[in-house]
Design a protein around this ligand. Structure first.
Ligand code: GAR
Length: 210
C-alpha cells in the first residue's frame, strides 16, 4: 500500500454531493489510493461544497458565466486554473450539470471522467432515471465513463445494473441508482488510481494494476 502513488482528484459537482461523499469515504478508508485535492461547483449554495468543507477538503464556488448549459470562456479558464493550481491529475464529474468541451478537455486530455445515471448508451442527457421509467425498461443502472467531445459518449469504465420496480417513482428509482453510483464510482476511481484501466478505442479493460 505504501508504494502506491496517490492520484490527485479534482471533483466538480452542482448538487448535493452524495458521489463526492462516497469517494471521500473510500479515500479515507484506504480503498481508493487517491487524494481529493479540490472540489469545485458552479452553484454557490450546492450541498457538495458544504459536504466537502465538513471533511476538511478545499471547496470553491466558481461562477459559470453567462451561459445556462456550459461554462463561458473566462469561467472555463478559471476552472482549469484552479484545477492546475491544485495539481489535479484526474477530473471527476459528480453531478456537474454543465457540458465541458474544447479548451477544458484539451487541458485534461483523457483525464476527465463522469458518472451518468443510466446504462449508456441508453438515456443520455438530463434526468436519465425519468427517461428510463417513461420508456418502460425493466433494468437500468449507472455508468462511469471517460468524457469526450460528445454528450455522455466517451469510453465506458464501469457499469452497474439496477432493477426498475413496478411501483417505482422517479424519486425511488433515482435513489436506487444513486446507491449503485456510490459503489461504482469509487471502484472505477480505484482502478484508475492503480493504473489498472487500459483504453483501446472505445473499449476499456480493468486489469490488476499496481
Ligand atoms: C447523480 O445521480 C449523477 O449520476 C447525476 O447527478 C447526480 C448527482 O448527485 N449526473 C447526471 O445526471 C449527469 N448527466 P450527487 O450530487 O448526490 O452526487
Amino acid at each position: 500500500m505504501t508504494d502506491v502513488k496517490q492520484l490527485r482528484l479534482g471533483i466538480l459537482g452542482s448538487g448535493k454531493g452524495s458521489n463526492m461523499v462516497a469517494i471521500a469515504d473510500a479515500v479515507a478508508a484506504g480503498t481508493v489510493p487517491a487524494v481529493i485535492a479540490v472540489v469545485l461547483s458552479d452553484v454557490a449554495e450546492a450541498g457538495i461544497l458544504e459536504r466537502a468543507r465538513e471533511r476538511g477538503i478545499r471547496a470553491e464556488f466558481i461562477a459559470p458565466g453567462k451561459f445556462r448549459t456550459k461554462l463561458d470562456e473566462a469561467a472555463e479558464m478559471a476552472y482549469i486554473a484552479a484545477l492546475q493550481a491544485a495539481q489535479v491529475e484526474v477530473v471527476v464529474l459528480a453531478g456537474f450539470m454543465r457540458i465541458l468541451k474544447g479548451e477544458f478537455l484539451r487541458a485534461f486530455a483523457n483525464r476527465v471522467i463522469n458518472i451518468h445515471p443510466s446504462l449508456l448508451p441508453s438515456f443520455p442527457g438530463l434526468e436519465a432515471w425519468r427517461q428510463a421509467l417513461d420508456y418502460g425498461v425493466k433494468v437500468t443502472g449507472c455508468t462511469v465513463h471517460f468524457v469526450d467531445q460528445g454528450i455522455d459518449t466517451g469510453p465506458i469504465i464501469v457499469q452497474q445494473t439496477v432493477p426498475v420496480l413496478d411501483d417505482d417513482t422517479p424519486v425511488s428509482l433515482h435513489e436506487r441508482i444513486q446507491q449503485a453510483e456510490r459503489v461504482a464510482y469509487p471502484a472505477a476511481i480505484a482502478a484508475l488510481a492503480r493504473g489498472a484501466v487500459t483504453v483501446r478505442g472505445r473499449r476499456t479493460t480493468l486489469g490488476q494494476g499496481r
